[in-house]
Design a binder for this molecule. Structure first.
Ligand code: DGP
Length: 200
């Protein structure tokens, strides 16, 4: 799935999990932590608002426009494809990147594997570390703002959760986080992981 390795000075850290799994709060806290450590970094949230397909998907998720279901995955994928060049450039220059979702969301939520085989295969930049926020539908259904986006419904989230678990079992670059713990407890776990691996 991954592109050929290159000389990276920055680190690519990705967060995955079902909707409302607490990724965004943890990313905000991690970003503050990296600022404290003087580590230059950017946060990239997929789907982005940097590309045409990303902007269209964001409108679609808010229910503002309709996109034919056959095209939805293609748009998500195109958004990521357009961003890989920028991600590579930033890593080469020494900027760390925190991604809110990555290719794994495409696999877990997607309706078809075919786009990944044909379009994203061999283009994805390997992450240094993935945090998987391990919570299920039952844990998030009463969280604030749940249900505001088009995709936030039981069957889709249960399916995505199972796919994530399958995808991430036995992967040494994936750290599974019990997302039912408190925000501070989780962020300490994340910081410890980052510290242990990267900050000397
Ligand atoms: P949010 O993370 O809240 O911005 O929501 C993005 C939604 O889109 C979330 O339900 C996961 C879903 N998603 C992310 N990537 C893909 C993809 O490649 N294909 C499909 N079908 N859904 C995706």
């Amino acid at each position: 799935m991954y592109t050929k390795e290159f000389d990276r000075k920055g680190r690519l850290i990705c967060f995955e999990g079902i909707d409302r799994s607490g990724k965004s709060s943890q990313i905000e806290i991690l970003s503050l932590y990296l600022i404290m450590k003087n580590i230059p970094h950017v946060v990239i949230k997929f789907p982005t608002n940097e590309t045409y397909p990303g902007r269209e998907i964001n409108k679609f998720l808010k229910g503002e426009i309709f996109i034919n279901p056959d095209k939805v995955d293609l748009y998500f994928t195109s958004d990521r494809l357009e961003m890989y060049g920028e991600i590579k450039r930033l890593l080469e220059e020494g900027t760390w990147i925190i991604c809110d979702r990555y290719v794994y969301s495409g696999i877990a939520y997607g309706n078809t594997m075919i786009y990944f085989n044909t379009l994203e295969f061999g283009k994805v930049i390997r992450p240094d570390l993935v945090f998987f926020m391990d919570v299920q539908y039952e844990d998030v259904k009463n969280r604030k703002d749940f249900g505001k986006e088009l995709y936030e419904e039981k069957n889709r989230l249960e399916r995505a959760y199972k796919n994530f678990l399958k995808l991430f079992e036995d992967k040494d670059f994936v750290k599974i986080i019990d997302g039912r713990k408190g925000i501070r407890e989780i962020s300490e776990e994340i910081e410890k992981e980052i510290e242990g691996i990267f900050i000397k």
